[in-house]
Design a protein around this ligand. Structure first.
Ligand code: FAD
Length: 384
């Protein structure tokens, strides 16, 4: 039985439900059987990427160039289903769509769109988004990566840290400081001077390939710069989509943990009866369901605000903060209900818990989103 206490499904269109169900089937049939093994090894199931492309999962924010646009709500439901299995899968989907294809479409030249969007849609190319640096994560405006125009080319120097898809990408959208402020550059990862090194020993986002990217005198043509977007405004417009994706992914993880714990509690007998019969276990399950329901309603409303083009970034901050924070609490309740088994990857809960730890940092930390809301409430920025 699908968890939907307040009949939130009634708020989605038939097309949105159909899209979600296709992703759900893909997750159930193709992803779930392989994910524990990949989590254990810290590898990404690369063979799933062409299958995702075949299902039309890349290019969902775009109409044209062979892409079929879905609603933001449908995108959120896909993130939820992928996140229900594994956050690394969802991250691959979100980065390709929200952080690479969307900015190329929104800020790119016609030539850039024609060159890259069909390749990204069909997964002939995987993209990554290079914003964060070793010394500038929460404060991307301080970035030290520079693109200097010399002769007839830009020369890029700098380092980008924590870059999802970085080790497997053919294309990197690198944000760098120029004479005209912060600009995005489409850099082929085979360009001399570009190096992506996989970050190892990660205990969150284990399946997701994450890189440290170093750019040393990496030269690109002027045509590599996105002409339409400059400054942090362009950056944040991409992150808005991706943060909504994180909120939905965290909700998917929470649902997976809740359903695992609910089913386990019904079967596991201790002191002669199922643990579901004990009040303390029931209290946990009730709290988990209540928080899932709140997040479902917030995320659904956020999807609709995005669809209507009337969203405020503070609303996205609240949804991301709420979904990840509550999902972490739900995962901990589930871990407890499962007893010792709660730490086994094949019961899934511990995988989600580790991934949620990473999700509380990426796409803006819990503290930064709290400060965004604090500023909205008081009118006073407390970031610095
Ligand atoms: C798995 C993973 C994948 C990622 N993928 C990408 C990607 O694809 N592309 C990309 O560009 N980046 C990516 N990131 C980077 C991510 O966005 C940053 O990690 C995040 O923005 C936080 O930056 P930081 O790690 O440098 O932490 P810091 O900014 O150093 O923050 C450290 C702590 O200080 C707190 N803090 C900072 N400033 C303040 C303040 N003013 N007031 C109160 N507290 C404060 C923070 O909340 C945090 O608790 C990824 C990160 C992870 C972990």
């Amino acid at each position: 039985m699908t968890t939907d206490f307040f009949q939130v499904e009634a708020l989605f269109s038939e097309q949105e439900i159909d899209f979600r169900d296709r992703v759900r089937r893909f997750v159930q049939e193709q992803c779930m059987p392989v994910i524990v093994e990949h989590f254990d090894k810290g590898t990404f199931p690369l063979e799933l990427i062409p299958q995702m492309a075949e299902m039309g999962l890349f290019g969902v924010h775009i109409e044209g160039y062979g892409c079929r646009k879905t609603s933001h709500t449908a995108y959120g439901l896909a993130c939820q289903e992928l996140g229900r299995c594994d956050s690394g899968l969802r991250a691959m989907f979100s980065v390709q769509n929200s952080l690479v294809m969307y900015p190329i479409h929104a800020f790119g030249s016609e030539e850039q769109r024609r060159t890259w969007l069909p390749k990204l849609r069909t997964a002939q190319a995987v993209g990554c988004f290079g914003l964060s640096e070793p010394d500038f994560g929460s404060d991307p405006g301080g970035m030290s990566t520079r693109a200097v125009f010399r002769g007839d080319r830009y020369r890029i120097n700098g380092r980008k840290m924590w870059i999802t898809n970085g080790p497997i990408a053919q294309l990197a959208l690198i944000w760098a400081r120029t004479e005209d402020g912060i600009r995005g550059f489409l850099v082929e990862t085979s360009t001399p001077g570009f190096r992506a090194t996989a970050i190892r020993h990660k205990f969150g986002y284990r399946t997701s390939p994450t890189a440290l990217i170093e750019l040393r005198d990496c030269e690109v043509e002027p045509g590599a710069m996105l002409p339409g977007g400059s400054g942090l405004k362009a950056v944040f417009s991409c992150l808005n989509h991706a943060r909504y994706g994180v909120a939905c992914s965290a909700l998917g993880s929470a649902v997976a943990c809740y359903e695992t714990a609910r089913d386990f509690a019904a079967e596991r007998e201790v002191f002669g009866k199922p643990i579901a019969a004990y009040q303390l276990v029931q209290e946990r399950l009730a709290i988990m369901l209540m928080e899932i329901t709140k997040a479902q309603l917030i995320n659904c409303r956020l999807g609709r605000l995005l669809d209507a083009g009337s969203v405020r970034h503070q609303q996205i901050s609240m949804a991301k903060l709420n979904a990840v924070r509550e999902a972490m609490k739900i995962a901990r309740h589930a871990r407890d209900i499962l007893g010792g088994r709660g730490i086994l990857a094949d019961h899934h809960v511990i995988r989600h818990l580790c991934d949620l730890e990473a999700m509380s940092a990426l796409e803006g930390t819990e503290s930064m989103h709290t400060l965004v809301i604090g500023q909205d409430v008081t009118g006073i920025p407390a970031f610095y």
